[in-house]
Design a protein around this ligand. Structure first.
Ligand code: DX5
Ligand code: ZN
Length: 240
């Protein structure tokens, strides 16, 4: 099952309630809420009031992606507003373990986000505190940017780190996740795809049309890819 987390900053804010309902009806896994402070990233976006409002009709969890300096200052207020997942940038935190522990104390799922240039080595000592990792596939701060392919190898390495540590940690990929990039990320080990302007919120299309087209095309692509591999195994053109 491909898990989609629509990026609400890409929604139609003149019809947010309808977008939320449509996204849920299409089978979204999480609502991805981008929070920006104009400091860690040169932009502003959503806040606790948006989380609180969405929470009144949400039937699926709200995952907050904090692109802010000193994220530890905002954990309680987003938890109180109704977040179920809180992830913050390792690059913005002086004491990530303390903040991850605080998020879990509040009964939420705790995550770390890392930028494209940040090595996977930086999370080695955090695995025991993590429920999920947001691997940025673009530089954070804006929707509609271009996927950075070098991140694919990082996803593979992190997936192996999680397996070697025998941990239940989900990998979320975030930024320009269209069908092609989504397929590569899933094959590299991603569990949850953030759906933005490249997939779920396509200009001139309803959410239902964009969402279903994305999922169906991606599933076909992945099944085809898997069938190719399994047929090569069957006719022994791939030997282990
Ligand atoms: C960017 C945000 C992403 C973004 C995704 O900083 O973290 O969630 O909104 O939008 P697309 O998929 O259009 O890159
Ligand atoms: Zn995001």
């Amino acid at each position: 099952m491909i898990k989609i987390a629509p990026s609400i900053m890409c929604a139609d804010f003149l019809n947010l309630g309808k977008d939320i309902k449509d996204l849920q009806d299409c089978g979204s896994y999480l609502f991805h809420i981008d929070v920006m402070d104009g400091n860690f990233v040169p932009n502003f976006s959503l806040n606790q009031d948006v989380v609180r409002t969405i929470k009144t009709i949400a039937k699926i969890p709200i995952e907050v992606h904090m692109m802010v300096e000193n994220p530890e200052k905002y954990v309680e207020s987003f938890a109180e507003a109704g977040a179920s997942y809180i992830g913050f940038h390792l690059e913005a935190s002086k004491s990530p373990i303390r903040t991850l522990k605080r998020i879990k104390e509040l009964g939420l799922k705790a995550g770390i986000a890392i930028n494209p240039a940040t090595s996977e080595a930086t999370i080695k000592y955090l695995l025991e505190y993590l429920d999920y990792i947001v691997v940025m596939t673009v530089e954070p701060g804006f929707a509609g940017q271009k996927f950075i392919p070098s991140v694919l190898q990082k996803i593979r390495v992190i997936k192996n780190m999680i397996k070697d540590a025998n941990r239940q940690i989900e990998i979320i990929v975030d930024g320009n996740i269209d069908v092609i990039n989504g397929k590569k990320c899933v094959k590299a080990g991603a569990d949850i795809l953030v759906g933005g302007t490249s997939s779920v919120f396509k200009k001139g299309q309803t959410i239902e049309k964009s969402f279903n087209a994305f999922i169906q095309t991606l599933e076909n692509e992945l099944n085809t890819s898997w069938n190719n591999i399994s047929s090569k195994i069957l006719d022994k053109s791939i030997s282990f």
